[in-house]
Design a protein around this ligand. Structure first.
Ligand code: ATP
Ligand code: MG
Length: 672
C-alpha cells in the first residue's frame, strides 16, 4: 500500500459504495484493481471466492492474474475469479445450463463454425447464397450485444432486407440450440437473459460474487453493462476502472458512454481520477497527450510523468515493406546491445495481422526470437481444429459442425451424397447428424458400405466416450483414439514433409497434455473439472496462451495494436504509419478517425522508454507498387519531440546501406 500514491490509496480503500476510477494510460488503474483485491481479502476479511475481477482480453486477464498472485497466494487466494467477461459468462451458463436450456458439454462455436451455419441456412432455407455472410454475422452479433431477441429484430425490421436478416437471425439461433451450442456473444447474452427471467438464480449469484471489479470498463457493450449491473445492483459493491481515450472496440459494440451512464444509474457513484503516469518518459507521454487532444473529450485528463524527458521519438521512413521489416530487425539488434536490453523488452505493434508476415521472415533470418500474440493461434491450426472437433463430439454428440469436420478425417469414404442424405434424414427427424446414424429409419435412405462406414465412425466416438466415463483418467483413452484412427498416417499424407507431419502430431499431443493438466484437481480454485468442462474451457482458447506465456521466454513480442491494450514494454515500434493503414482505410471511409486515433494513443502509451514509428514511401497493393501518404497522426504529434530519419529517397538508401553494414558488423561481432 505504501507504494501507492494518495489517490490510488483512496481508490483502493473506498469500499462504502460504487467507485469509478477514470484515468489515462499508465496511471495505475490495473494496479488499483490488483491491490484492491489484496486489500479486500487481507484487510476487509472478504473471502477470495466472493471476489470477481473481469477484463476483456485473455492476455489482459492473464496479466492481472499474475499481478494478483504476486500479492496474494496460497489458500487465501482460493476460489478467486480473475477472468475475461466471456469466461465469467461461460462459468455462469456452465453451472446453470439447465435453466438456460443447454445440455452439459455444450459447444462454443467460433466464428468459422457460425459462418458455416449461416451459409448453410442461406443455401437451404433462404435460397440466397449471394448474401454477404460476414455482414450478416456482424448484424447478429450487434443484435446480441444490444440484447435484441429475434422476435424483436423481426418487429423492428423496416426494409425487406432487414426482415430477411432478422428471420435468418431467428433460424440461426434455432440451429445453435439444436446443436447444443452457443456463439461468443451468447456467453454474455445468456446469463443476462437468465438473470432477467430468474431472480432467484440472480440472487444466488449476488451472494456468490460480493465484490466485482472491472478493468478496461470503456470497452463494455450493452449486454456486458447489464450483466455488471445485474450482479452489483443491491449491494452496489464494485469498482470499475477505465479510460475513455482507450476505447477501441466500438466495432464490436463497445459503448464508451457506459462510463457516463454509470453515473446516472448509480447516483452515489464516487469518481476518482488519477493523473500521474508511472510508465512512460515525459516525451512519450506528451506525444500521446498531444495526439489525443485532437479528439473531443467528455472527461478532461492531464497526465504527467516524473520519469524525465527521455529520448526523442524516432520516425523512420523506408522505401518499402521489405526495408521496413529489415530496419526494425536491425534496430532491435542495435538497441539490444546499446541499451543492454533483452529481447522481451521489445514489442512491435501493427494495425493488421498481415503486417507481421514479412517481419517474421526477417526476424527469423537474423535469428531474433519472437512470439506472436493473437493472429494465427494454436487453435487455428488444422490439426488442432480436427482434434478439437473430436473432443467436441465426445462432449456433445449433437455438435453437427464438429461432426462434419471430422466424419471424413481420416478418410472414411463418406461422400457428399451420403452426407446430404444423412442430413435430410436428420432434419426430417429433428435430430442431430450423429444421432441419426444409429436410427433404424436411416436404413430406408442409406444402405450397404456407406452405412457401415458411418456406423463405424459413430462406434468409435461412442466407444471412446464410454471409456472416458469409465476410466479414472480420460487422457490415455483420448490418446488411444488418435492412434486407433491412425491420425498420424493422415497427417503424413496431408503434410508437405514428414517433419511437418511430425510437428503437427506433436501439437495434438500438446493439446491432450493440456487436457490432462486441466483434469488435475486445481487446489487454488478448489475445483475438479470434468472432461466436458475442460473441453468447454479449451474452446475459449484461454489455456494454451496461458501456457505459452508462463514460460516467460526472452522473445520480442509482435502484436496488433488492439491486442496491446493494458500491456507495457520498454521499447516499442509501431509500423505502417501510413494513411489507409493507420488510420485504416475502412475507418477513413466511414469517418471513424477518432477511434483510430485512440488506437494510436493506446499504441504510443505502451512504450516506457523508447518509441520508434516506421513508414514506407511505397507499398505493394494487389501486386502493384503504390506511393503512400504518411499518416496524419505523424502531423498531430509534437514536432519538436520527433526526429525524422531516412527522409528522401537517396538519403534513405544511404541509411539503409549503412543499416545493413552495421547489422553485418554486429552479427559478425555476435558470432565472435
Ligand atoms: P493502461 O491504461 O495502459 O491499462 P493502467 O492505468 O492500468 O494503464 P498500470 O498498468 O496499472 O496502469 O500501471 C502502469 C505502470 O505503473 C505499471 O508498471 C505499474 O506497476 C506502475 N505503477 C502504478 N502505480 C504506481 C505507483 N504508485 N508507484 C510506482 N509505480 C506505479
Ligand atoms: Mg490497465
Amino acid at each position: 500500500m505504501s507504494q501507492l500514491n494518495p489517490r490510488q490509496r483512496e481508490a483502493v480503500k473506498y469500499i462504502d459504495g460504487p467507485l469509478l476510477v477514470l484515468a489515462g494510460a499508465g496511471s495505475g488503474k490495473t494496479s488499483v484493481i490488483t491491490r484492491k483485491i489484496a486489500y479486500l481479502i487481507e484487510e476487509c476479511g472478504l473471502k477470495a471466492k466472493h471476489i470477481a475481477a473481469v477484463t476483456f482480453t485473455n492476455k489482459a486477464a492473464r496479466e492481472m492474474k499474475e499481478r494478483v498472485s504476486a500479492l496474494v497466494s496460497g489458500p487465501a487466494a482460493r476460489g478467486l475469479t480473475v477472468s475475461t467477461f466471456h469466461n465469467l459468462g461461460m462459468n455462469i451458463i456452465r453451472l446453470e445450463h439447465k435453466a438456460v436450456g443447454l445440455k452439459p458439454g455444450f459447444s462454443i462455436f467460433d466464428q468459422q463454425d457460425c459462418k458455416a451455419i449461416i451459409k448453410d441456412l442461406l443455401f437451404k432455407e433462404f435460397d440466397e447464397a449471394e448474401e454477404d455472410v460476414d455482414q450478416l454475422q456482424a448484424h447478429f452479433s450487434n443484435w446480441k450485444n444490444d440484447m435484441l431477441t429475434p422476435a424483436q429484430a423481426i418487429k423492428q425490421a423496416i426494409t425487406a432486407e432487414d426482415l430477411t436478416a432478422a428471420r435468418l437471425y431467428e433460424r440461426y439461433d434455432h440451429y445453435l440450440r439444436a446443436y447444443n451450442a452457443v456463439d461468443f456473444d451468447d456467453l454474455i447474452l445468456m446469463p443476462v437473459m437468465l438473470f432477467r427471467n430468474h431472480p432467484e438464480i440472480l440472487a444466488a449469484w449476488r451472494l456468490r460474487i460480493r465484490y466485482l471489479l472491472v478493468d478496461e470498463y470503456q470497452d463494455t457493450n450493452l449486454s456486458q453493462y447489464e450483466l455488471v449491473q445485474q450482479l452489483v445492483a443491491g449491494r452496489q459493491a464494485f469498482t470499475v476502472v477505465g479510460d475513455d481515450d482507450q476505447s477501441i472496440y466500438a466495432w464490436r459494440g463497445a459503448r464508451p458512454e457506459n462510463l457516463v451512464r454509470l453515473q446516472k444509474d448509480f447516483p452515489t457513484l464516487k469518481l476518482v481520477k488519477l493523473e500521474q503516469n508511472y510508465r512512460s518518459t515525459a516525451r512519450i507521454l506528451k506525444a500521446a497527450n498531444t495526439l489525443i487532444a485532437n479528439n473531443p473529450h467528455v472527461y478532461e485528463k492531464a497526465l504527467w510523468s516524473q520519469l524525465g524527458m527521455g529520448d526523442e521519438i524516432r520516425i523512420i521512413r523506408v522505401r518499402n515493406e521489405e526495408a521496413e521489416a529489415e530496419r526494425i530487425a536491425s534496430e532491435i539488434i542495435d538497441t539490444r546491445l546499446k541499451k543492454r536490453a533483452q529481447y522481451k523488452d521489445f514489442s512491435v505493434l501493427y494495425r493488421g495481422n498481415h503486417q507481421s508476415r514479412l517481419l517474421e521472415l526477417k526476424l527469423q533470418a537474423y535469428q531474433i526470437p519472437y512470439r506472436i500474440s493473437g493472429g494465427t493461434s494454436f487453435f487455428s491450426r488444422n490439426e488442432i481444429k480436427d482434434a478439437m472437433s473430436y473432443l467436441r463430439l465426445l462432449a456433445n454428440p449433437d455438435d453437427d459442425a464438429a461432426f462434419l469436420r471430422v466424419v471424413n478425417v481420416p478418410r472414411r469414404e463418406i461422400g457428399p451424397v451420403t452426407l446430404e442424405k444423412l442430413s435430410s434424414y436428420a432434419e426430417s427427424r429433428k435430430i442431430s447428424l450423429f444421432s441419426a446414424i444409429s436410427e433404424f429409419g436411416l436404413e430406408s435412405v442409406l444402405t450397404g458400405k456407406t452405412l457401415d462406414h458411418l456406423r463405424e465412425f459413430s462406434e468409435i466416438i461412442l466407444h471412446t466416450g464410454q471409456k472416458c466415463e469409465e476410466e479414472h483418467d480420460a487422457v490415455p483413452v483420448l490418446k488411444q483414439l488418435f492412434t486407433r484412427i491412425d491420425y498420424e498416417e493422415w497427417l503424413l499424407q496431408n503434410s508437405t514433409s514428414p517433419q511437418q507431419a511430425e510437428r503437427r502430431m506433436a501439437n495434438v499431443w500438446i493439446l491432450l497434455d493440456q487436457v490432462a493438466r486441466m483434469l488435475e484437481y486445481d487446489a487454488a480454485a478448489d475445483e475438479q473439472m470434468t472432461l466436458k468442462d475442460a473441453i468447454g474451457k479449451l474452446l475459449l482458447r484461454d489455456i494454451m496462451d496461458q501456457q505459452k506465456e508462463e514460460e516467460d521466454e526472452d522473445k520480442v513480442h509482435l502484436l496488433t495494436l488492439h491486442a496491446s491494450k493494458g500491456l507495457e514494454f520498454p521499447h516499442v515500434f509501431i509500423m505502417g504509419l501510413e494513411e489507409d493503414i493507420l488510420p485504416h482505410r475502412n475507418s477513413i471511409e466511414t469517418n471513424q478517425i477518432e477511434e483510430e486515433r485512440r488506437l494510436m494513443y493506446v499504441g504510443i502509451t505502451r512504450a516506457q522508454r523508447s518509441l520508434c514509428l516506421t513508414f514506407c514511401s511505397e507499398r505493394k497493393q494487389f501486386g502493384e507498387k503504390i506511393e503512400t501518404i504518411p499518416s496524419r497522426f505523424l502531423d498531430e504529434m509534437p514536432q519538436e519531440d520527433l526526429v525524422w530519419e531516412g527522409l528522401g529517397q537517396r538519403n534513405e538508401e544511404r541509411n539503409q546501406a549503412r543499416g545493413r553494414a552495421t547489422l553485418d558488423a554486429l552479427l559478425r561481432d555476435l558470432g565472435d
